[in-house]
Design a protein around this ligand. Structure first.
Ligand SMILES: Cc1cc2nc3c(=O)[nH]c(=O)nc-3n(C[C@H](O)[C@H](O)[C@H](O)COP(=O)(O)OP(=O)(O)OC[C@H]3O[C@@H](n4cnc5c(N)ncnc54)[C@H](O)[C@@H]3O)c2cc1C
Length: 303
């Protein structure tokens, strides 16, 4: 119930204006967001790198209102890719196709992604494509599929909660995708997505085993001990080396675990968001942990 309310609030423009203008949420925002500028996020990336942890940089911002905004977001991502190449070795960039205009014009969006893939390849940086709400999910996967043969290192997120996820994964035949398996952060109807926590975790475990056995260099985007322990045990059972897959976690979540896994020799990558448009991202993080609601309300009330 609380999760649903917070996810509904994530899409509410009025609330976004109210919360974004409030100075009181700044403490909470800084827990999950690395700063507003490229310099801020590069500084965070470098300190994580010193601990043996890689990053994936996410320029905050989602659905754009017009194609000029999507072109501006693409230009900002080009700048981010150059900064990663110059100053954040090992970093990747995570892009949301809604920000590149997938909801407005699929072919323009594909053109923007192509530009990013080409720049990234020249710079030796990998692009990761986030998976968003089901209103743009199938289009996102279709565009990813178009570019996979030419840019096979590109990673795409797959949401275990989505009922179509196993079918989507099985549909790649010629070139196998590099995926980031996540549970799924969006409010989805029961026809499209599993709703119960236990069901989603079970599906995550099943797909994690399948990915370890069948896909190149899978990434597991989760903070859930049950899922992480499962991945570790399955990798051992299947003889997959610790360096042949990676754990991914969000900036600000379970830092101790990130460091512990890296110290044990696992590859760890932290998804680090930056920029001013943090509201929907923050609300999804609040929805993931009921205790966060209290933190959020307290910060809004200034307590
Ligand atoms: C690197 C990465 C990339 C992602 N990319 C996408 C994407 O492209 N598309 C998409 O739909 N979703 C994405 N997600 C979000 C994902 O779908 C889940 O919503 C999120 O990871 C929470 O699920 P969990 O597996 O961590 O398990 P949960 O069961 O939600 O959490 C397990 C434990 O982790 C801790 N925890 C989890 N979330 C938080 C939080 N916000 N604050 C504090 N503690 C927390 C708590 O201790 C909790 O008990 C991504 C997640 C990660 C880690």
């Amino acid at each position: 119930m609380i999760r649903k309310l917070l996810l509904l609030a994530a899409g509410n423009v009025r609330l976004e204006k109210l919360v974004s203008r409030s100075r009181l949420t700044s403490g909470l925002v800084s827990r999950y967001v690395a700063g507003t500028t490229l310099d801020d996020v590069i500084a965070v990336s470098r300190s994580l790198h010193a601990k043996g942890i890689d990053v994936s940089l996410d320029l905050l911002g989602e659905t754009v209102g017009d194609l000029r905004e999507s072109a501006a977001a693409t230009a900002a991502y080009v700048e981010t890719i150059h900064a990663i190449a110059d100053r954040a070795p090992g970093g990747t960039v995570s892009v949301k196709l809604s920000q590149l205009g997938v909801g407005l014009d699929q072919s323009v969006c594909a053109g923007h992604l192509k530009q990013l893939l080409e720049v990234a390849e020249e710079c030796g940086v990998t692009v990761e494509v986030d998976m968003e709400h089901s209103s743009v999910g199938p289009q996102t996967l279709e565009i990813y599929r178009t570019f996979l043969p030419s840019f096979p290192r590109t990673r795409v997120a797959q949401q275990a909660a989505m009922r179509r996820c196993p079918e989507d994964l099985g549909s790649f035949t010629d070139v196998k995708p590099r995926i980031r398996l996540v549970k799924g952060a969006f409010l989805e109807p029961i026809e499209k997505a599993l709703q119960e926590r236990e069901e989603i975790t079970a599906q995550y475990r099943y797909l994690a085993s399948w990915a370890l056995a069948n896909l190149p260099d899978p990434a597991f985007g989760t903070h859930d001990d049950v899922c992480i322990d499962h991945v570790r045990a399955e990798a051992d059972r299947l003889g997959v080396d610790r360096r042949d897959f990676e754990f991914q976690m969000l900036y600000g979540v379970r830092r101790d675990l990130q460091e512990r896994l890296a110290a044990e020799g696992y590859r760890v990558r932290v998804y680090v968001p930056f920029g001013g448009q943090w509201y929907p991202y923050l609300m999804r993080r609040m929805a993931e942990r009921p205790a966060n609601l209290l933190l959020f309300l307290r910060s809004l009330l200034g307590g």
